[in-house]
Design a protein around this ligand. Structure first.
Ligand SMILES: CC(C)(COP(=O)(O)OP(=O)(O)OC[C@H]1O[C@@H](n2cnc3c(N)ncnc32)[C@H](O)[C@@H]1OP(=O)(O)O)[C@@H](O)C(=O)NCCC(=O)NCCS
Length: 184
């Protein structure tokens, strides 16, 4: 009997229910503890991550950030957020934050699928460009280069992982569409 391939889809989510919150929390905690560069220094517990996640969910409910979820077989397997600017001069672009795929699902093309979905959501909002930063020394630039991002600068010492362990932050940008009217 043939084995069914997992089905993956990427959707924007406006309201986070308790089941999705649990999935996001597990993912963020596990990704961090596997060495992922998503805002924490490992090791972390779910108790460390929960208040930061809840603040994020609050910003999503206020429309300040857009949550984009990667679902595999109906379960959350990764996610990212689009952080929108409050400045009317910066409404045509957003910053992508917290890009992550659960460690059990990495290396299967799902990170690319997640980011392609993030780009679709951003285009649907009328966003023309996306900005994101990566920690230097993690080799992540190659992942984003494959999605069309180009580097435009590095801030030395921007990230302090521990006393005496400062890392540069690499700034990347991708252009998505021609100028138009933002709707998010
Ligand atoms: C970065 C991450 C989202 C990539 O997801 P993934 O599902 O493992 O990536 P994919 O399998 O879709 O890989 C897509 C392509 O990027 C490449 N790639 C993936 N991770 C890479 C890395 N760290 N460095 C360089 N290239 C990478 C893959 O080789 C693949 O290339 P190919 O198409 O030529 O074969 C995932 O590894 C992750 O969650 N990492 C931990 C969290 C993190 O550090 N996020 C970055 C925040 S800026």
């Amino acid at each position: 009997m043939p084995i069914a391939e997992p089905t993956a889809e990427v959707t924007a989510v406006d309201a986070v229910d308790p089941a999705l919150r649990r999935g996001l929390l597990t993912c963020w905690t596990d990704v961090t503890n596997a060495g992922g560069a998503v805002g924490f220094v490992p090791p972390v517990t779910e108790d460390d991550v929960a208040p930061v996640l809840d603040a994020l969910i609050e910003r999503v409910s206020q429309g300040r950030e857009r949550l984009v979820v990667l679902w595999v077989d109906g379960e959350p397997a990764g996610w990212a957020v689009l952080s929108l600017s409050v400045s009317p001069l910066r409404r045509h672009w957003a910053t992508v934050l917290r890009v992550q795929v659960h460690p059990a699902r990495q290396g299967q093309g799902l990170g690319r699928a997640l980011m392609t979905g993030v780009h679709d959501v951003a285009r649907d909002c009328g966003l023309e460009m996306l900005h994101l930063t990566v920690r230097g020394g993690y080799g992540l630039e190659g992942f984003y280069a494959g999605l069309g991002y180009r580097e435009f600068g590095r801030m030395p010492g921007a990230i302090r992982l521990a006393p005496g362990d400062d890392r540069e932050e690499v700034h990347l940008v991708v252009r998505l569409r021609d100028p138009g009217q933002p709707s998010c």
